[in-house]
Design a binder for this molecule. Structure first.
Ligand SMILES: *Cc1c(COP(=O)(O)O)cnc(C)c1O
Length: 382
């Protein structure tokens, strides 16, 4: 046991103009769902990602929910999803009354296994009247949601070439991937609608928040409309469909604008932490890192190592006030999703869950803290 301060896993870093912009909201009274920071935040995120439009939402989950709705997902449909993801991805499907078809993870990249996806689409689906059908029960497969897990990405060219043979709209869960690029193209822009999250542990945070990005003006307008209670008149309470109150308030968007100003520095710091850990921990015991394709530039969101001695390492780190966490429990292990179709051969998701640990990598982490973490990891496994 040491006397050192707790080293958190990944916490918000309030280091710029947050206070100033929030004070501006408070001073002017523009604290709620209308205000210039909302528009500014939407534009900053869209511009950073290289998309034409951005629509701010109350969180990443609501961004996913709305994107699925606008992609035409209906009750009783299926949506293809990696089994290894955070529960919000699956929940956004359930909110519509649809159900995920879970695909196992690739053992090296920990993203959706594209071999399994290809086999599944080829052997277990059929096309009827321009719609994709799951042969086993005749239900429609309405969309696919790749999740850029830990800010990494799968081979997106191969992904595109697999799904282009099928009527299968894509909604990207890029909630962990702000700052990640594949062949120079930003995550979230490989589908008509891409979703980001600004939850407390993400690379930048608004406390809670999300943004949908799109290059399609009509879809972006629809997203704005339906997240704004579908109010169709400026001066009357006329709503033309059941909308949602999913707006991000100005006061949080103000935090977001300040955080976006810091994003390049945050990405730089995440990459320094990744480089440091990789140098220090390479060859230590049986440690493996998440594989990265040379085509992918990751944002280094949450540094995660793989070892068979997971429990031993977890206990040692937490006893030494170094916060370390397992991966999310795979969706097929949760009561709501245990009966969903699960496409797998070796259940890599389970193996990853039982061997991986994320270690501290906040953008505010100091060099000294990085050294302490690396030292304790080595000690725990020696
Ligand atoms: C963070 C996250 C979300 C969205 O979470 P919110 O807390 O609603 O912003 C969705 N999917 C994944 C994979 C995430 O990590």
């Amino acid at each position: 046991m040491s006397n050192q301060q707790l080293i958190p896993l990944s916490v918000p870093n309030i280091a710029g103009n947050e206070w100033k912009y929030v004070k501006d909201c408070l001073d002017t009274g523009w604290i709620s769902s209308v205000g210039s920071y909302v528009t500014q935040f939407e534009q900053m995120v869209a511009q950073f990602a290289g998309a034409k439009y951005g629509v701010a939402t109350v969180n990443g989950t609501s961004a996913l929910h709305i994107s699925l709705l606008l992609s035409g997902v209906k009750p009783d449909d299926y949506v293809i999803l990696p089994n290894l993801t955070f529960v919000a991805s699956a929940n956004s499907i359930k909110y519509i009354g649809a159900e995920p078809i879970l695909i196992d993870a690739d053992p090296d990249y920990w993203q959706m296994d594209l071999d399994l996806l290809e086999e599944f689409l080829e052997n277990e689906t059929d096309e009827k009247n321009g719609e994709l059908i799951y042969i086993q029960d005749g239900r429609r497969i309405a969309a696919i949601m790749p999740v850029h897990i830990l800010g990494n990405m799968c081979d997106m060219d191969r992904f595109a070439s697999i799904i282009k043979k099928y009527p299968l709209p894509v909604v990207e869960d890029a909630t962990e991937a702000l700052g990640t690029r594949y062949k120079g193209k930003h995550a979230g822009t490989f589908s008509p609608l891409g979703c980001f999250s600004f939850n407390g542990n993400k690379i930048i945070s608004t406390g809670g928040g999300g943004v949908i990005v799109s290059d399609n003006e009509e879809l972006a307008k629809k997203a704005k409309h339906i997240t704004n209670t579908a109010k169709a008149s400026a001066d009357e309470y006329y709503h033309d469909e059941v909308g949602y109150n999913y707006r991000l308030v100005n006061i949080l968007a103000a935090v977001g604008v300040a955080q976006m100003e810091l994003l390049p520095a945050f990405i730089k710091r995440k990459k320094e932490a990744v480089a440091f850990y990789k140098k220090e921990l390479a060859g230590v015991a049986d440690i493996r890192f998440q594989k990265e394709s040379p085509d992918v530039e990751t944002n280094g969101w949450l540094f995660t190592i793989q070892t068979k001695h997971q429990q031993q390492l977890l206990d040692h780190l937490n006893a030494n006030k170094i916060l370390s966490r397992r991966f999310w429990m795979p969706m097929n292990k949760l009561p709501m999703y245990k009966d969903c179709p699960y496409i797998q051969k070796k259940d890599n998701a389970d193996y990853i869950y039982n061997t991986c640990l994320s270690i501290p990598c906040s953008t505010s982490i100091t060099d000294e803290q990085l050294e302490i973490v690396a030292k304790e990891v080595k000690l725990a496994l020696s």
